[in-house]
Design a protein around this ligand. Structure first.
Ligand SMILES: Nc1ncnc2c1ncn2[C@@H]1O[C@H](COP(=O)(O)OP(=O)(O)O)[C@@H](O)[C@H]1O
Ligand SMILES: [Mg+2]
Length: 242
């Protein structure tokens, strides 16, 4: 099957600083859920930021539908259909839910179409419809994460990248976030997830990527990552995971 996104051996870092990524690669297939795991500081967030165009790629290549994305600005990458929910969620806490959804669609020229899509997203996520005029910063962590994920759908993205959507959420709420992710996947949106809770992430994914020290150590079917003894020992807490 053809890849949707292909990251080949990239080197990248912040400003003129040292290379944080060096030898990171990744293959993303359409319609699937991909999960990147690895210890704290491995470069997982940096990899998503590099794909999103937020830092300069010094070597290697990011290709999306065959087009080279190296050097494009974040908004140009978003326009091509790659949405990104960073770890800190990047909501506007003082703006209402509806205003936040509007910001998510700032690249759309047709403002009537934008309002129509916001209504559509509100129908999908009743909590957002209910809270439409509430300031985002006053909602619970789970509701804010729901808003951050739903907001990406305004641009009808091909790929949504999620950086640790479960961070700071209670287990029951974490499951809700994975349910939203699964719903997006059923809608045909390809998911690229970074997850600190590696077991949870991999069990909800089709494809697994192990990143450490800025490079990809392994990528393959998620169940293979889960059942690999060496990966279990090093990255999954040593217990039988599968
Ligand atoms: N804005 C930044 N400027 C400089 N270095 C950074 C910045 N963000 C992260 N780093 C460094 O990049 C490395 C990888 O970080 P990160 O990608 O956040 O890892 P992970 O998401 O896997 O925990 C760390 O050593 C971290 O200190
Ligand atoms: Mg991170």
């Amino acid at each position: 099957m053809g890849e949707l996104l292909e990251v080949t051996d990239i080197t990248a870092g912040y400003g003129d600083g040292p290379a944080i990524l060096d030898g990171a690669h990744l293959t993303v297939e359409p319609g699937k859920v991909h999960c990147i795991i690895g210890p704290n500081g491995a470069g997982k967030s940096t990899l998503l930021k590099a794909i999103a165009g937020m830092l300069k790629i010094r070597k290697g290549e990011v290709r999306f539908k065959g087009e080279r994305l190296n050097g494009l600005r974040p908004d140009q990458i978003m326009r091509r259909g790659i949405a990104f929910v960073p770890q800190e969620r990047a909501l506007f806490p003082k703006m209402t839910v509806r205003e936040n959804l509007r910001m998510g669609g700032y690249i759309l020229e047709d403002k009537h179409e934008l309002e129509r899509r916001i209504d559509e997203v509100c129908e999908r996520f009743p909590i957002l419809k209910e809270r439409a005029h509430q300031r985002a910063g006053t909602m619970s962590g789970g509701q804010q994460q729901t808003l951050a994920m739903a907001r990406t759908m305004i641009i009808r993205p091909a790929i949504v990248m999620l950086d640790e959507p479960s961070l700071g959420l209670a287990p029951k709420i974490v499951q809700e976030m994975f349910d939203i992710m699964a719903m997006m996947a059923r809608d045909g949106i390809t998911i690229l997830l970074v997850e600190q809770n590696a077991l949870w992430g991999l069990r909800n994914a089709d494809w697994g990527v192990v990143l450490d020290l800025g490079r990809t150590l392994f990528e393959g079917p998620a169940r293979e990552v889960l059942s690999d003894e060496r990966i279990q020992e090093l990255y999954l807490g040593g217990k039988r995971a599968a």
